[in-house]
Design a protein around this ligand. Structure first.
Ligand code: ZN
Length: 150
């Protein structure tokens, strides 16, 4: 699994490319599938934590969390907008994780219907390459914006 730097960088770049006004919602959404890591703080066995955390990397559970967050924070008029941005970030997270070789949980896009894992196996899950490439792309974007203004 690429670290959160890679997920945030991808959310930032996608949000900027799509000219999203509230990019913070995309960034928040890009961390939703890893909310299962909170379970690591509970006094459970590693096997139980893994069993409980795996469904967080699914479309349905991500949508459930994005919907819950949107409905807690936003008015009814902004609910669809907030949900779509949060879910866009979550979908980017799932897409990036799906490129990794899963050594831990992997992506289970159809959970809880099916726990079949999906992986394109492009990078080892502990690889820093995605985080470095995406961070460099963000730095290039920010430098371009700064020099464009000057
Ligand atoms: Zn993840």
């Amino acid at each position: 699994m690429p670290d959160w730097v890679a997920h945030l960088a991808l959310g930032f770049l996608a949000g900027k490319a799509a000219k999203v006004r509230d990019i913070s919602l995309v960034l928040a959404g890009s961390l939703i599938p890893d909310l299962g890591r909170i379970l690591e703080f509970l006094p459970l066995s590693p096997r139980d934590i893994m069993a409980l955390a795996i469904p967080f990397h699914s479309i349905a559970v991500s949508a459930l969390i994005a919907g819950a967050l949107a409905s807690l924070v936003f008015r009814k008029a902004d609910l669809k907008y907030a949900f779509s941005l949060l879910m866009s970030g979550a979908a980017l997270h799932l897409a990036l994780d799906a490129m990794m070789m899963y050594t831990i949980g992997g992506v289970v896009p159809l959970a809880p219907i099916s726990y079949a894992r999906f992986s394109a196996e492009l990078f080892p899950s502990e690889s820093f390459v995605p985080a470095m490439v995406l961070s460099l792309a963000v730095a290039c974007y920010l430098a371009y914006k700064k020099f464009k203004k000057a």
